[in-house]
Design a protein around this ligand. Structure first.
Ligand SMILES: Nc1nc2c(ncn2[C@@H]2O[C@H](COP(=O)(O)OP(=O)(O)OP(=O)(O)O)[C@@H](O)[C@H]2O)c(=O)[nH]1
Ligand SMILES: [Mg+2]
Length: 434
């Protein structure tokens, strides 16, 4: 079964200049075209063997042949490695095109892998996530999706729906032999698989945190040491620190990796009553940051102790993590669960331990993207429609319609029932060469 008649080419390593550039040529004429780029290639290449060759550009390169069924795309493929200069890239690509190849569109290799059945759609999408991953945690989740983590769960839901559909149809066609449709057993079956759906829906928001970074807003009264804490955590003097209350006027954010996880620290303007217009605008932004944060650290000053204002903020920002700063100046009997000194680097490890725990709690088990999330929501509506239908014992033809709708939605996630437009949109967001 040969699906594609044209052969496509693109570099699959980043843009040069680089030590080496790799090119992928894939399609029915991959070897014919790839071989024209080398001077003394074999006519019958051994699969997956590296041939060191003098290329037509005069440089030494390496050619590898993958037969149909054994390559990334599933089609016959050649990988060519050469020097990564812009000039060599230009010459080799031009030669490949003159010899019959066409430039691959973004994501076209992975799209072919999908259309050839090498990958299911969520696995193909995970390829782009693995490339985008900018933290070890993100990478591990994307890798799990690539290995089929979401695929398995969606197919479990789908199996359940197919099973129910089979039962409905059997009871309609052979009601005399197998009796009437068992509404209670069907409701039971739905209850068994519903937790899968609920976990996936909860993971959608958490997946967003993995992509954008876990947002930590540092808030508190002026002069408690918020900017000093940001600087201490990112280990450089990024924010201005002075002993003047009201130093930070605007919010300032910095990305940071906390034990393999991506976080964004946000320093904010100290909260207080003021008539200063600029400061008021800053305070307004602080409130917005708190609303959008995954964790708010409410910092207070151990030298002055816990004030009425601190108490008010603690009531307002209920989930905030309360941290006392300037422990070096703390009164001997002051009690605080988390005491630090941002200026002297004291107590930071225990604070990071707590932050890490909060980040772990917000980590998804399965990476779910916006597209999956929207379809999962639609499927959740199907589930509740079905449940209602079962309680009022609707006739079986209506049940089949609902079940078929649900199966169709799940198929859009896995790709079986995804429209060509949907597929096109997904793959055009990939980078060239993938
Ligand atoms: N002794 C001591 N001083 C500290 C500590 N942390 C910060 N400071 C000092 O406290 C003052 C205020 O620090 P900042 O980090 O600017 O405080 P802030 O909360 O960002 O202040 P605003 O931006 O005005 O809201 C500075 O003089 C810091 O050097 C600490 O752990 N110990
Ligand atoms: Mg500040």
């Amino acid at each position: 079964m040969r699906r594609f008649t044209d052969t496509i080419v693109a570099p699959f390593t980043g843009p040069g200049p680089a030590a080496v550039t790799g090119y992928r040529i894939s399609g029915p004429d991959a070897w014919l075209i790839g071989a024209t780029l080398a001077n003394n290639h074999p006519t019958e290449p051994e699969p997956m063997r590296a041939y060191v060759q003098t290329l037509t550009t005069g440089e030494i390169g390496v050619l590898i042949f993958y037969p149909e069924g054994k390559s990334y795309t599933g089609d016959q493929t050649v990988e060519l490695f050469a020097h990564g200069s812009p000039a060599s890239q230009q010459l080799l690509l031009r030669a490949a095109i003159e010899n019959g190849a066409r430039t691959a569109k973004p994501g076209e290799f992975t799209e072919r892998a999908f259309l050839n059945g090498r990958l299911e759609l969520t696995q193909a999408e995970a390829v782009a996530e693995m490339i985008a991953a900018d933290s070890p945690e993100f990478f591990a989740l994307a890798r799990d999706s690539h290995q089929g983590r979401l695929r398995t769960q969606v197919s479990e839901l789908r199996e359940a729906w197919l099973d129910l559909l089979a039962r409905v149809e059997a009871s309609t066609d052979f009601s005399e032999e197998i009796g009437d449709f068992d509404y209670e057993a069907a409701a039971q079956k739905i209850n068994e698989v519903k937790p899968i759906l609920h976990h996936l829906i909860a993971d959608a928001d958490r997946s967003e945190i993995i992509r954008r970074g876990f947002r930590i807003a540092i808030v508190g009264r002026p002069n408690v040491g918020k900017s000093s804490l940001l600087n201490a955590l990112i280990k450089r003097d990024r924010a201005i620190v002075t002993n003047i209350a009201g130093t930070t006027r605007d919010t300032l954010e910095e990305s940071i990796e906390i034990r393999g996880r991506k976080a964004v620290l946000i320093d904010t303007a100290g909260l207080r009553e003021t008539t200063d217009v600029v400061e008021l605008l800053g305070i307004e932004r602080t409130r917005l940051e708190i609303a959008g944060a995954d964790l708010t650290i409410l910092l207070f000053d151990l030298e002055t102790g816990w004030t009425d204002d601190d108490q008010r903020f603690a009531r307002q920002f209920r989930d905030a993590l309360i941290v006392g700063n300037k422990i070096d100046l703390a009164k001997p009997n002051s009690e605080v669960a988390l005491g630090i000194s941002a200026a002297h680097g004291l107590g930071l490890e225990p604070l990071i331990d707590v932050i890490e725990q909060k980040m772990i709690a917000a980590t998804p088990k399965t990476l779910v993207n916006e597209r999956h999330s929207a379809l999962l929501q639609t499927f959740a509506e199907n589930v509740s429609d079905l449940e209602n239908a079962l309680t009022v014992l609707v006739p079986s033809d209506l049940l089949s319609t609902l079940l078929r709708e649900g199966i169709h939605v799940l198929g859009q996630i896995s790709g079986e029932t995804a429209s060509p437009n949907m597929i096109d949109e997904i793959f055009r967001r990939f980078c060239i060469g993938k």
